[in-house]
Design a protein around this ligand. Structure first.
Ligand SMILES: Cc1ncc(COP(=O)(O)O)c(C=O)c1O
Length: 412
């Protein structure tokens, strides 16, 4: 929705959504429509040349050797873990404060999620706690770092730790496409050299510069193209990226029921293919990703500036606008969170809660024996977080209106 359409006569009638995907579509409609029409006329609807083209584009954009299109971000995680040989009884470290799919993929393979609390400032997994677990538990096979809300976790430290314990790393970059990770020059390059059990070779991640894209440092990186993601399609879609020949090949086979050659199945795989229409849409949208990322960053900067002016930035724990962050979400914390959400709704402002309940307290994981109080930072955070509208096209006036409304609520 454009600023203009939010005006009725001379009255400002705000309805500020979290994201306005229809407005985004309208801005690039001719390109999208012709990309879809081309696929419809081609008769090639699943995988095929459009998917291959998109895989090449993404690999190049991210600086990874391989990109393999799959049906969703959830499947990207599932197929990654499967390809790495994670299975029954294996333990996998995951943050408790993330979207369900991060841990769901572990459980679906019969493996056990080991939940870790978060850093209260970055919301990412607490690496001190990861280190403590690794010292005590020798059943851990892999770690899934999540770059939550678009802010990369400290991969320098994580890779050093996981190499020490010889673990697999599956990056959940579903919320962090295009996020930059600054590699520590002083760290030993071998931190990023992995031995692959699959083909007895080792690979070195692209280290031509000391900045790499989120998702290209672990053994695999997983991406989601769910419509509301920073790069979203018009349905479900996902991608696994890897620099490892053996892992790439396994995932290519797993996504087509484990079949290679066709109708010959060496393993039981999945039906997890990316549609040609979604790939064609994503090929168009990828060209705009840098621009949209920059705009999200600007929206976050304006929020911070406006909250600072009112002396609210610390009270609301505004996120730091750091380089590399892609602001999939702009999240604040507030004590009377649900009341504020209702107040803002009354003023035409949408908000969302990511996430209301940490994963270690979800009913489906009750059998793992976690209790309330076990991971207190995440538990407390779940009660206070509120995501504000982050549409890249938000105007300064709209952002100021959101901030002003929050200020009014706080001083009410
Ligand atoms: C952190 C995280 N992991 C995994 C997923 C799963 O992606 P999808 O919805 O494409 O299956 C999502 C997206 O919703 C996510 O935000």
């Amino acid at each position: 929705m454009t600023e203009k359409s939010r005006l009725t006569s001379n009255v400002l009638r705000f309805t500020i959504p979290m994201l306005d995907l229809v407005n985004q579509y309208n801005q690039i409609k001719p390109e999208i429509d012709s990309a879809i029409a081309e696929v419809l006329a081609s008769g090639e609807y699943i995988l095929g040349s459009k998917v291959q083209e998109f895989e090449q584009n993404i690999a190049e954009f991210l600086g990874a050797k391989y990109a393999i299109g799959v049906a969703s971000g959830s499947d990207a995680l599932l197929l990654s873990l499967h390809a790495l040989g994670i299975g029954k009884g294996d333990e996998v470290i995951v943050p408790t404060f993330t979207f369900f799919a991060t841990a769901g993929a572990v459980s679906r393979l019969g493996a056990i999620p080991v939940f870790v609390d978060i850093d209260p400032i970055t919301y990412n997994m607490d690496l001190n706690q990861v280190e403590e677990i690794l010292k005590k538990d020798n059943h851990i096979k892999a770690v899934i770092p999540v770059h939550l809300f678009g802010l990369p976790i400290d991969m320098n430290r994580l890779m050093k730790l996981t190499e020490e314990y010889n673990l697999y790393v599956v990056e959940d970059a579903c919320q962090a496409i295009n996020a930059d990770i600054y590699l520590n020059n002083t760290s030993n390059v071998s931190h990023f050299t992995f031995k692959s059990n699959l083909n007895n070779t080792s690979h070195v991640s692209r280290l031509t510069s000391n900045v790499q894209k989120a998702g290209t440092i672990g053994h695999t990186g997983c991406f989601s193209f769910f419509p509301s993601k920073n790069l979203g399609c018009y349905g479900d879609g996902g991608m696994v990226v890897t620099n490892d020949d053996g892992i790439a090949e396994k995932i290519r086979v797993l996504r087509v029921h484990g079949s290679k050659p066709k109708y010959h199945h060496s393993v039981v795989g999945y039906n997890s293919r990316l549609d040609s229409i979604q790939a064609a849409i994503l090929n168009v949208k990828l060209k705009y990703l840098n621009k949209w990322t920059q705009k999200r960053w600007q929206v976050a900067s304006i929020y911070n500036k406006e909250f600072e002016k009112l002396g609210l930035d610390e009270i609301l724990q505004c996120p730091e606008v750091t380089e590399g962050h892609v602001f999939h979400q702009y999240v604040i914390q507030v004590d009377r969170r649900d009341e504020l959400a209702t107040y803002l709704k009354g003023r035409g402002i949408a908000t969302a809660v990511y996430y209301p309940l940490p994963l270690h307290l979800q009913e489906c994981f009750r059998n793992l024996g976690y209790q309330e109080g076990d991971l207190p930072v995440a538990e407390k955070t779940c009660k206070k977080v509120l995501a504000l509208p982050i549409d890249p096209e938000l105007t300064e006036e709209e952002i100021r209106y959101v901030v002003k409304s929050i200020n009014e609520f706080i001083n009410k």
